[in-house]
Design a protein around this ligand. Structure first.
Ligand code: GLP
Length: 250
C-alpha cells in the first residue's frame, strides 16, 4: 500500500519524510533504522540532525543498518558510503558508533562478508523504517535489474548505467567501483515501514514504472508494490509522469 508524501520541492517533501521519522523516533527511541546514501536523503538527514540538535529526538538507543557499500573503498575514502553516513548523519547526532552498521567494502572474502552482514541484520532486528532511494534504472540499494530478486545480502556487479551515474562523484571512470555489497530485496522488505525518496525529472519515468508497472526483477523497485506500508516521498518533478498517466493521485 502506497502513501504519498509529496510537495513541490525536494526540500519541502523531505521535511514530510523527516516528520515521519521524527514521529517514529519520538514514539520508539529504540528504533532500528535502515539507511540509504545518495543525494536523495540529504535534506532528510539534515532535518533529522536539526531535530536532534533541537532536542526533539535522540539517537542514543537507535540502531542503524545501511543498505550497501562499494567494494574496494575503505571507510575513510571520501566516496565510501561509510564516509557519507558519518558526514551527513552519524557525526552530527548522538548515535553510538557501535550501533551503526554497514557492509565492509574492503573485506577479503566477499561471500563471507555477505553472510556476516545477513546474520548481523537478523541480530540487529527488523527495521522500523527502511529508507530507500531509487536508481535511474530502478535499483534499490544496489540491487540491479536482473532475472531474479536477490533475497539476501550479496556482492553485486554494477551495470554500465549505474557506473556512469556514479562517475559524477569520481575524478575518472577508472576510479568508479564496479562492484558493491548490497542488502537483498528480501531483507529490505522485512522493514515495518519503507520510505522511498525520489526527486527530480530524472526519476519521473522510473518512479511511474516502479509503482504502477509490472512487478519484475528488471525493475527492482517494483517489488515495493508487494510490500506492506510504503511511503513515497517525491517532489513535483519526480511525480510528473505518474500524474500524467494516473491523474492527481497525490
Ligand atoms: C546509488 C545507491 C542507491 C541510491 C541511488 C540513487 O546507486 N546505491 O541506494 O538510491 O544511488 O542515488 P541518488 O539519490 O543520488 O539519485
Amino acid at each position: 500500500m502506497f502513501h504519498f508524501l509529496c510537495a513541490s520541492t525536494k526540500k519541502e517533501a523531505s521535511r514530510l519524510a523527516a516528520d515521519l521519522a521524527i514521529d517514529l523516533l519520538k514514539k520508539n527511541p529504540e528504533a532500528v533504522l535502515g539507511l540509504a546514501t545518495g543525494s536523495s536523503p540529504l535534506d532528510f538527514y539534515a532535518d533529522l540532525v536539526e531535530a536532534n540538535k533541537a532536542g526533539q529526538i535522540s539517537f542514543k538507543k537507535v540502531k542503524s543498518v545501511n543498505l550497501d557499500e562499494y567494494v574496494g573503498l575503505a571507510p575513510d575514502h571520501d566516496q565510501s558510503y561509510a564516509y557519507f553516513m558519518h558526514e551527513n548523519l552519524f557525526d552530527k547526532v548522538d548515535i553510538l558508533p557501535e550501533n551503526t552498521h554497514l557492509p565492509s567494502g574492503t573485506a577479503k572474502d566477499l561471500d563471507a562478508e555477505c553472510r556476516r552482514y545477513h546474520e548481523l541484520l537478523l541480530e540487529v532486528g527488523t527495521p522500523d523504517l527502511q529508507v530507500l532511494g531509487i536508481g535511474n534504472n530502478g535499483h534499490i540499494g544496489f540491487n540491479e535489474p536482473a532475472d531474479v530478486f536477490p533475497e539476501n545480502t550479496s556482492a553485486v556487479t554494477l551495470t554500465e548505467s549505474t557506473i556512469r551515474a556514479n562517475s559524477r562523484f569520481f575524478s575518472s571512470m577508472d576510479e568508479v567501483p564496479k562492484m558493491a555489497i548490497s542488502m537483498g530485496v528480501g531483507e529490505i522488505l522485512r522493514a515495518k515501514k519503507i520510505l522511498l525518496l525520489a526527486f527530480g525529472t530524472a526519476k519521473a519515468e522510473i518512479l511511474e514504472k516502479a509503482l504502477f508497472g509490472e512487478v519484475t526483477p528488471r525493475v527492482p523497485a517494483s517489488i515495493l508494490q508487494t510490500a506492506g506500508e510504503v511511503y513515497i516521498c517525491a517532489d513535483d518533478e519526480a511525480m510528473a509522469v505518474i500524474r500524467e498517466k494516473h491523474g492527481a493521485i497525490a
